[in-house]
Design a protein around this ligand. Structure first.
Ligand code: SAH
Length: 223
């Protein structure tokens, strides 16, 4: 066995441990667990952190952003109740990992990122892994993607200062959005919220305290 194979075995073992840990923590949806099993998280992680690819924590990526903790990805994906005919919008492409997991479960993923550098890297990863049902663009995710609306599902992976109504308006009736929202202007952290658009308005269910990078208005000028 050469060193390279050893590394691969190590990653595979880590992946199996992660799936077991997610089950123990209450992730039950077999489709979600199998999607996570299929996506090589190490591809979405840069350099030195690669060996931590299957540890259950968030890791830094370019532009001062983070790839979310696998448990949070699994939990949000489960709560989103994604079906295989659905059109899903993600705000905050980051590394592209969450979009890649969603791509296993639905017809098409649209994802928006405010940093060009992150978006370009994510698009390369989608191509190299053969995920052809992901469409990505640089933009201000807070405005959604009106040309592609309405969506069956919307997932926001950066913390919004309040319920993003512009995004709710791009949901179909019966559609679900999962979004971290600041509590008390962020002084009391963030709450992961599940919103369901109904004929009459919006149903809200609070799910879990979380910690995400903020949803920032506008496209990043740095890169
Ligand atoms: N889903 C990502 C996690 C990304 S962290 C993953 O799986 O790796 C959140 C991302 O949201 C960051 O990359 C940040 O740049 C981006 N972001 C923040 N505000 C945004 C906005 N208004 N529009 C689009 N992207 C935004």
């Amino acid at each position: 066995m050469n060193a390279e194979n050893g590394d691969i075995d190590e990653l595979e073992a880590g992946k199996i441990r992660l799936i077991m840990a997610l089950r123990r923590q209450g992730i039950r949806d077999a489709r979600v667990l199998s999607a996570i099993e299929r996506v090589a998280r190490e591809v979405f992680i840069t350099g030195a952190f690669e060996e931590q690819a299957y540890d259950d924590h968030a890791l830094p990526i370019e532009c001062g952003q983070t790839i979310s903790q696998p448990y949070v990805v699994a939990f949000m994906t489960e709560k989103l109740e994604v079906g295989d005919r659905m059109k899903v919008l993600e705000i905050g492409t980051g590394s592209g990992y969450q979009a890649a997991v969603l791509a296993q479960l639905c017809r098409r993923v649209y994802t928006i990122e405010r940093y060009r550098t992150l978006l370009d890297d994510a698009v390369k990863r989608f191509a190299s892994l053969g995920y052809h049902n992901v469409t990505a663009m640089v933009g201000d995710g807070g405005k959604g993607w009106p040309e592609q609306a309405p969506f069956d599902r919307i997932i926001v992976t950066a913390a919004a200062p309040e319920i993003p109504l512009e995004l709710v308006n791009q949901l179909k009736v019966g559609g679900i959005m999962v979004v971290p929202v600041d509590v008390n202007a962020g002084r009391d952290g963030q709450q992961l919220v599940k919103l369901t658009r109904t004929e009459e308005g919006i149903d809200r269910e609070d799910l879990l305290p979380v910690r995400f990078v903020p949803l920032v208005e506008g496209v990043a000028r740095e890169s």
